[in-house]
Ligand binder design. Sequence first.
Ligand code: GDP
Ligand code: IMO
Ligand code: MG
Length: 423
Amino acid sequence: MKLDVLLGLQWGDEGKGKIVDYLAPKYNMVARFQGGPNAGHTLEFDGFKHVLHQIPSGIFRENIENVIGNGVVLDPVVLKREILALDKFQLDLTKNFFVSKKAALILPTHKLLDAAYENAKGDLKIGSTLKGIGPTYQDKIGRMGLRVGDILSDKFKDRYHSIKEQHLSILAYYKHDTSLLDEMEGEFYAALDFLKQFNLVDSEYQVNEALKSGKTVLAEGAQGSLLDIDFGSYPFVTSSNTMAAGACTGLGVAPANIGEVFGIFKAYCTRVGSGPFPTELSDEVGEMMRKEGREFGATTGRPRRCGWIDLPALKYVITINGVTQLFMMKADVLNIFKEIKACVAYKLSDGSVTDKLSFETLYEDIEPIYEVLPGWNCSLDNISDFNKLPQELTNYVSYLEKHLEVPIKIVSIGPDRTQTIIR
Ligand code: GDP
Ligand code: IMO
Ligand code: MG
């Protein structure tokens, strides 16, 4: 079998958790391949609402293996908290949960460094979730990080102390407060002991053996393609490759073994944190979207910036990811509008028009050029058949397909598992 990959195509929070949970029964394994506790993936079913940060969103489904791959940066403290929060569901994570020994470890000082670097940036703050993501990937690439498998070694403490000393010298340079470090370290060591009871594995073998034996595996992306370290709105991005290629390096799966690439997007657009957002609405329309879509971060609680859909950006990420199917989320949030806008191109400061996300468009003040479509302006409650959706909504779907040249196979009309329409 080939590895299917599910990716957010915007700036994250597209609804990946909901859809992975929905699709999971079709798979034998769900695997995270990048990012870490900066992610917040929300699942709703049977009256429960649950947010996962590092645990794959297949965890609530029976008989599915859930894997944290080598490309992830793992915070054991957050993981312990996440696992304990699952107590009420009576899942046995010692059986269906696996962590790559090659995943990078987020250390307490990585979180302090994240805050120190952000504070030093002044007006150029990225709006990081401050979970230690950037500094941990920095140490991984700098070849000085610790990995999950290292916690089993006698030399772990020595190596930890030597890295900590280096971090402390940087923190001293930034005059950053380290008074909480002792407490953080206590929690960190307790969480490492807790982590040892779970399956720490060479997940590249596990994933490839599963595929070879005919099992189905879904890779669950975190963040979104516009936050990709290479192709996103740099420097206002996260520190990993959030695109399809990230699933190859983050799980150890060869490019030829990638199957479907599911691209998921909101029927509009949101962004949390700083950085360019051409279609952002700073007016009451944006406020209505935020209210209707409950657009507040699942990890940080911050209000998400809202705006109309950006087709040039979607076309760009569909190309770099090789998206084969699109899933449109949160269509119901647009129920309140009589008219819907879609950005089809950008006007640059010299008056020229483009539909490309060139290097320059990222740094210039660009003006979106919109097409206006009629809204459906009615409730979608209790609709479960694509053909029963209002005509204006199916027209919107066809309009997007024409521009994006990829079929839209799922339309999501609410946060619950059941509010999912397959086409
Ligand atoms: P993720 O990071 O991509 O998993 O997305 P988040 O969980 O951060 O944010 C998506 C939010 O939208 C969550 O609160 C979901 O419960 C909610 N959601 C998902 N799909 C839909 C939908 O179709 N309609 C509405 N109204 N909410 C949705
Ligand atoms: P999910 O998986 C939305 C954003 C942060 C910030 C930038 C860098 O839930 O879609 P980082 O903590 O990675 O250094 O932050 O990226 N960001 C996200 N925005 N959803 C996410 O994850 C995000 N993860 C990071 O807000 O702008
Ligand atoms: Mg999220």
